[in-house]
Design a protein around this ligand. Structure first.
Ligand code: ZN
Length: 137
């Protein structure tokens, strides 16, 4: 079961400018900036009630975020759902016919283990599953 929306990921071209924009929009500064080398992104997190906003800027042109912005421009990139057991959820969703981008979880930002589902089996929405790293180890 997907427990709750953990965060919404937004692809941006210029993280510095977008940090200021979202700080102004949300009325709160970002609480964390983190580079995720494996994804070629730098991320910035904002707390909004019980959910988070994750801004993502590509650090190189091969990054999925760079490709997304080339194709579709800036905007909502993914919705992340919190799960308790990411391996079990991936197995469950696979048997339901969802296409997995990651068969096994990888390390993501904000102390999470993450995996993505392909948007072609989720009505065009890129879905991220995430599990707090400390829960499992
Ligand atoms: Zn995310």
């Amino acid at each position: 079961m997907l427990k709750k929306i953990e965060h919404i990921g937004i692809a941006v071209s210029n993280l510095k400018e977008s940090n200021l924009l979202f700080e102004s929009l949300l009325g709160t500064p970002n609480y964390k900036t983190e580079v995720v080398g494996s994804e070629g992104v730098i991320t910035s997190f904002f707390d909004v009630g019980t959910h988070k906003i994750e801004l993502l800027q590509a650090t190189d042109s091969n990054s999925p975020i760079a490709k997304f912005i080339d194709k579709r421009g800036e905007g909502v990139h993914h919705i992340a759902f919190e799960v308790e057991d990411i391996e079990a959820e991936l197995a469950r969703l696979k048997t339901k016919g969802f296409e997995l981008i990651h068969e096994t979880p990888k390390d993501g930002a904000d102390n999470k283990r993450i995996a993505f589902l392909h948007p072609k089996t989720t009505n065009g929405v890129l879905v991220e599953l995430c599990q707090e790293r400390s829960n499992k180890e």
